[in-house]
Design a protein. Sequence first.
Lengths: 168, 143
Amino acid sequence: MNAGGKTIAVRKGHSAQRGVFLLEFVVAMGFMAVLGGLVLNMLGQGWELNSRSRAILTVAVASSTSTTWLIKDIHQATATDISDGGGTQPTAQFTWTDSGGAHVCDYALVSGSIRRTCDAAAISIADNVSNLTFERSGDLVTISYDVISPERADISDSIALNVALGAG
Amino acid sequence: MRPESEVSAMLPSHPLTPKHERVLGARSQRGFMMIEMMLAVAIVGTAMFAVVSSFSTSARASAHVQKTTTAEWLATSQIELIRTSTFVVTPGTYPAVPSPAGYTVANATSAVTGGDLNIQTVTVTVTKSGEVVYATSAVKVNR
């Protein structure tokens, strides 16, 4: 039907109205399904990115904290029980004397954490650690270990830190 | 039901105005529902994009922290190795520490002002995929 140049669809009763309503419903459901799919997909991606970010930060903090402690102690140390050129060993002891007296610091892997026991005070300087080894070549001490995220096994950092003994 | 000729006679002869379209009811309502749906898609899509963008920014920041942390301990390791190494005359370089896949650790020596050849500045640069992630320098003395 034409009215002033515009074509108008005229509904012809109850049957036609029901058909149009069904079409609208199907289109609406289609849109909602697409929209729902997009939202779920985006939320999934967001969840994945968030989880990954947290894991990376946990590992980075553990790496940074542990290396800071190791560098501080080994720079102060004047002696160690790590044998020169004797290969790797799982624990290490560093000793030095300053104005506060003689100090002894032991490092070892205890229940997945690097345990620093200094003058009988024990703290964990990094958790979720494996493969801790100490090696020495002259005055250069190399500490190697892996830090793995507790939340995600695919996020880890393998550290091989060189520190000069008594350089502080 | 009215015959079609009767319905046609009820319609205006001039072009339809928005008022007429509103009066026509069902047709304009159907169009409005579609617009509503598209608006909803656009609004929810924009909101989701904003949320995912913030997650993405957070992930980039974390990756940057990870890169910087690794680069820091690599640079520290290199400086410590240079501390314990035999003095290399400027402009020589010191042996590089082994680095994880993707990272490169380079060092360069340069003379200090004053011309004392037994003192040099050592610059350590850590790059990842060609991009400089971390750089630091230290003074090495021949003693």
